[in-house]
Design a protein around this ligand. Structure first.
Ligand code: ASP
Ligand code: MG
Length: 421
């Protein structure tokens, strides 16, 4: 049994959906579960819709009309004649949101966000399942919210692994023998059956959860790149595809910001020894990247760039040292304001961290830190991580840059840099 995951880019239009069906048709084995994201950039649109509704903006209805229009024109392109049940299925999903936005918001904003944003995946999977059936693949649409069980932390649902495993084993496993299963990434359900989401770009993680709980023999993530590359082509002219990658290296790369796979995806697979393949939906014949236990180090250095970084440097007021007590206060505040530390370095009397520059959050953090510490804040920086670095690779990325902070371990070098003045 295998799991396929198709992201938004793979189903951004009618051709994408046709292509997905061709990949599934060419797949010979019988038991298959397909996890699909919202189409194209629909999640961004739905996010805008949720925020517009929460602010009671005039745009609310027009944004929603755009979302509907996108899906219905795609359906019309795929299905001839209007009698396919997919029209009603999709319309019924939208009706729930029509009702919701009719009244003023009277609930927690994160809860409302999840109820709205989750429909992107509900609708995309309805269309994909209908198209698979239309093209002679027997597909069954299932609601991931019945299987991926989470707590009620809206917008970042924490998975209840025991419940999820039991439900999948009991109710989903038997279905696998009869049909290709089509289900949603990104979304889960609480014990009271309210919809949650697992965090942006969380569909990879959903696919890994299904793979783990079904004890699948492999997970394939179909992407618009030939596999995992040693750098993002956005930043580097020459990139190389990595044919084989260990779980360990994959975790390190994704943790530091390689966006090809969601960082939470690897661990559940590693725990069960399930191989992860990253392959191209544009050239499905390609061999892609295999992520397995295999422990050889990467054959080439990998580069990960994060722009829009802020460097926060913290100094004790009284020139006491940065000791355990100060550090625990500092970490507590980062945790409280939900600011993720991308890299950090401490010396006797200072502590510096690089974080994504989310101004609103950082302002609050700095205000809180400033009651006890002197804080410096430096913006417009980039963070470069090199896995399997050497002097030459460091020089390559540091051309015309000032390095403000450098942290090295045996295999990984991180530098916070800014353009030379
Ligand atoms: N559709 C969601 C997002 O865009 C989840 C995903 O694509 O992985 O964040
Ligand atoms: Mg996506």
């Amino acid at each position: 049994m295998e799991i396929f995951k198709f992201g938004g880019a793979s189903v951004k239009d009618a051709d994408g959906v046709r292509n997905l069906a061709n990949i599934v048709r060419d797949y010979k084995q019988t038991e298959l579960l397909i996890v699909v994201s919202a189409m194209g950039k629909i999640t961004d649109k739905l996010e805008a819709l949720a925020f517009a509704y929460l602010e009671q903006s005039e745009q609310t209805h027009s944004i929603f009309e755009e979302v509907k229009h996108f899906h219905f024109s795609l359906i019309e392109e795929l299905f001839e004649g209007k009698n396919n049940t997919v029209y009603d299925d999709v319309a019924n999903t939208f009706v729930e949101i029509d009702w919701l936005i009719e009244d003023e918001p009277d609930n927690d904003a994160d809860y409302i966000y999840d109820q709205i944003v989750s429909i992107g995946e509900v609708v995309s999977t309805k269309i994909v399942a209908a198209w698979l059936n239309e093209t002679n693949n027997k597909a069954l649409w299932v609601d991931a919210r019945n299987y991926i069980k989470t707590d009620n932390s809206y917008r970042e649902g924490k998975v209840d692994w025991d419940k999820t495993y039991q439900t999948i084993q009991r109710d989903l496993l038997p279905e696998m023998q009869k049909n290709i299963i089509v289900t949603q990434g990104f979304i889960g359900g609480t014990s009271e059956n309210y919809t949650t989401t697992l965090g942006r770009e969380g569909s990879d993680y959903s696919a890994a959860i299904f793979a783990s709980c079904l004890n699948a023999s492999a997970l394939t993530i179909w992407k618009d790149v030939p596999g995992v590359l040693n750098a993002d082509p956005k930043w580097f002219d020459e990139t190389e595809k990595i044919a084989q990658l260990s779980y360990h290296d994959a975790i390190e790369l994704t943790y530091y910001g390689a966006t090809v796979i969601h960082p939470k995806t690897i661990k559940p697979l590693q725990n069960k020894g399930i191989p992860l393949f990253v392959r191209s939906f544009i050239e499905p014949e390609g061999s892609g990247t295999a992520i397995t236990k295999e422990s050889n180090p990467l054959p080439v250095p990998s580069f990960i760039f994060k722009v829009n970084q802020a460097l926060i440097s913290i100094f004790p007021r009284d020139y006491s040292f940065i000791i355990e007590e100060n550090l625990s206060t500092i970490f507590e505040l980062f945790h409280q304001y939900k600011i993720k530390i991308n890299t950090m370095l401490n010396s006797a009397i200072s502590f510096s961290v690089s974080v994504d520059d989310d101004e609103e959050k950082i302002k609050k953090l700095i205000a809180a830190l400033s009651t006890q510490f002197t804080v410096k804040y430096n913006k417009n920086l980039e963070l470069v991580t090199i896995r399997y670095y050497n002097q030459q690779t460091i020089e390559r990325v540091a051309v015309e840059k000032d390095i403000l902070l450098e942290v090295k371990s045996r295999h990984t070098c991180q530098m916070v840099m800014k353009n030379k003045a």
